[in-house]
Design a protein around this ligand. Structure first.
Ligand SMILES: [Zn+2]
Length: 214
């Protein structure tokens, strides 16, 4: 089964993809990871990507398409995959329809306030990188890492005003992609407005959409 996951930052896409990937024994392909790996391995494509990223520009569609297409042709994807971080634009979605048949796009939805709270409550240890949440995963002593006694800080991109902006950018950019896929009959909306302890409620909605796909 060939699956695409869509949803705003902080909705938990990566977590759900991980669970589904184990359950159906298909790899999760994260475009962010593909970028990082190509840059690290200094491939031709990697060098191009690095020049865009380091100058603060978006990687152009044709480069992203080439990278994703060649990754999906690898052996481990022959029984299916879960694609995270692609398509981000309508041309990317159109290209995808040509090079791979997509069975479903799981579209994870949660209210902005919920996402703001999830990301806004995150605290990261500045020494060992452990991640906490002021409400959901609090440290024993406020502001101090349980594991290494490092100081817990809020990352710059997890501050409320920044998250708000990230959500706005997400909507503006990906709404046309979701509209396009919906017209093609590929979108399955998933209500992701559940706390992490109730993740099974989210996964079971996905399973329902996936049960008829080979
Ligand atoms: Zn720590």
């Amino acid at each position: 089964m060939n699956i695409v996951v869509l949803g705003p930052p902080g909705v938990g896409k990566g977590t759900y993809a991980g669970v589904l990937s184990k359950k159906y024994d298909i790899p999760t392909i994260s475009v962010g990871d593909l970028f990082r790996r190509a840059i690290k391995n200094q491939t031709e494509l990697g060098k191009k990507i690095k020049s865009y990223v380091s100058s603060g520009n978006l990687v152009p569609d044709e480069t992203v398409i080439e990278l994703v297409k060649s990754r999906l042709e690898e052996d481990d994807c022959k029984n299916g995959f879960i694609l995270d971080g692609y398509p981000r634009t309508v041309p990317q979605a159109q290209a995808m329809m040509k090079f791979k048949k997509i069975d479903v796009a799981l579209n994870f939805i949660a209210p902005d306030e919920v996402i703001m709270e999830r990301i806004g409550g995150r605290r990261t240890c500045n020494k060992c990188g452990a991640i906490y949440h002021t409400k959901n995963v609090p440290p024993t002593i406020e502001g101090i890492c349980d594991q290494c006694s490092g100081r817990l800080v809020q990352r710059a991109d997890e501050k409320p005003e920044v998250i708000k902006n990230r959500l706005e950018v997400y909507r503006e950019k990906t709404q046309p992609v979701a509209d396009y896929l919906r017209k093609k009959g590929l979108i399955a909306d998933i209500d992701a407005n559940y706390p992490i302890e109730e993740i099974e409620k989210i996964i079971s909605q996905c399973k329902k959409h996936l049960q008829n796909i080979k």
